[in-house]
Design a protein around this ligand. Structure first.
Ligand code: PMP
Length: 420
């Protein structure tokens, strides 16, 4: 069986929070960088993996490796069962109604491209509109731009206020009769803003417009419930939820997925092929052409188990404490300005400093062992919106500590000593 023999010691749901015990599950955190203990605050780019995930992938290759959905032999059956079990785990993670509403893809980017290339191509015509928000990641901008270009449709952008919150009244005004789809992020990777999805979706649905949600930054931090949100599509990436790279999932309401043409042609997505005509498989397989990333999928399953053992509500609570502490600490630094001060925020803090380029901040912090991200964060239009070329961004996970926040603050003081 594709079970894990991990020695991982994650804090179980009801035990007191013990971050040091949690950190033992993440061997990568136990290292020094430039002679200083690593402080990993680049979790929004990719999260670290617990031993349970690493072991699950390894054990799959050690014991169960075979292709899925194809063989009658024991290993193939085992691999298929393990692979399909993960679909059920993703269903549970998102609270989807049915497992067949979960399509495995490479990640959020591919999920959005899939919807643009299938639902979009089928339903968007010249003169139609796709409505996104001003805080979208390039992955939730460019596929729609490509579609609009192909079809002669128009991309519209719902504005945000100075805090980095979506302006709901402006958004509502843009929901005209030409809008064929709303594509919006759940949590901004730059601002940390948590968007009020139930309202966003309800306003679109009142006009019969479906909504795609980019969940790349929400799935690691929040308990997601696609039935409660009532979105039509939801995308996330495994590597941001402490699972392997190269795998992710698209949730789509069964009725919509069924009506969509396939994305790619090949093995597994067919029910029969002749040179004259191909009949497509049922959902979700219709969208899963070719051998998938089986081992990574098994790893994603282990990541979901791990997160559920700790509890996503608990994770959200711990991260909120870190966010409050870090926000208060950074706000006290003269000349530092936080970009993104939404009332509902996930543990992501973007900031700029008077007279100091974000890349210089990142370089000095790296020398202190502190890993943050600097740049435009694949959100160039958002940078333009705020009138800045780049930010420095510290993004937190549940394995981060208050001491690490203090190291971040001390390191930023060093940046000031060097550059001011
Ligand atoms: N959307 C958001 C909000 C993101 O933060 C990211 C990753 N930075 C993506 C989409 C793209 O995710 P991936 O690269 O895993 O496809």
């Amino acid at each position: 069986m594709a079970t894990s023999t991990s020695e991982a010691v994650a804090v179980e749901g009801r035990e007191p929070w013990d971050v040091e015990r949690i950190r033992e599950d993440f061997p990568v955190l136990r290292q020094t960088v430039h002679g200083k203990p690593l402080v990993y605050l680049d979790n929004a780019a990719t999260a670290q993996k617990p031993l349970a995930v690493i072991d699950a992938e390894r054990n799959f290759y050690l014991r169960d490796n075979a292709n899925v959905h194809r063989g009658v032999h024991a290993l193939s059956e085992r691999a298929t069962r393990a692979y399909e079990e993960v679909r059920t785990k993703v269903q549970r993670l998102l609270n989807a109604r049915e497992a067949r509403e979960i399509v495995f893809v490479r990640g959020t980017t591919e999920a959005i491209n899939l919807v643009a290339a299938t639902y979009g191509r089928k339903n968007v015509q010249a003169g139609d509109e796709i409505l996104i928000s001003a805080m979208e990641h390039h992955s939730n901008i460019v596929p729609w731009q490509m579609l609009c270009e192909e079809k002669g449709a128009r991309l519209r952008v719902a504005p945000i206020n100075d805090r980095g919150e979506l302006m709901l009244d402006e958004y509502e005004k843009l929901l005209g009769s030409r809008v064929k789809l709303v594509a919006v992020t759940h949590v901004s990777n730059v601002l940390g803003t948590i968007n009020p999805l139930p309202e966003i979706v309800a306003l679109a649905h009142q006009r019969g417009i479906p909504v795609l949600v980019d969940g790349a930054q929400a799935a690691p931090h929040l308990k997601v419930d696609v039935q409660q949100i009532d979105c039509d599509f939801y995308a996330f990436s495994s590597h941001k939820v402490f699972g392997p790279t190269g795998i992710g999932a698209l949730y789509g309401k069964a009725r919509l997925l069924e009506a969509m043409p396939p994305y790619q042609g090949g093995g597994d997505m067919i029910s029969s092929v002749t040179f004259e005509k191909t009949l497509y498989n049922v959902i979700p397989y219709k969208f899963e052409a070719g051998t998938p990333n089986i081992a990574a999928t098994i790893g994603l399953g282990a990541a979901i188990d791990y997160l559920e053992r700790i509890g996503l509500e608990r994770i959200a609570r711990q991260e909120r404490e870190l966010l409050v502490y870090a926000t208060e600490s950074l706000s006290r630094i003269p000349g530092l300005r936080i970009i993104g001060t939404a009332r509902e925020k996930a543990a992501v803090i973007s900031f700029v400093m008077d007279g100091i380029h974000p890349h210089d901040i990142g370089t000095v912090l790296d020398q202190e062992g502190v890993a943050i991200r600097t740049g435009h964060h694949c959100a160039q239009p958002l940078m333009e919106w705020f009138g800045i070329p780049a930010t420095a961004r510290a993004s937190f996970a549940f394995y981060n500590t208050q001491e690490e926040v203090e190291t971040l603050v001390r390191s930023i003081e060093k940046v000031k000593e060097i550059f001011q």
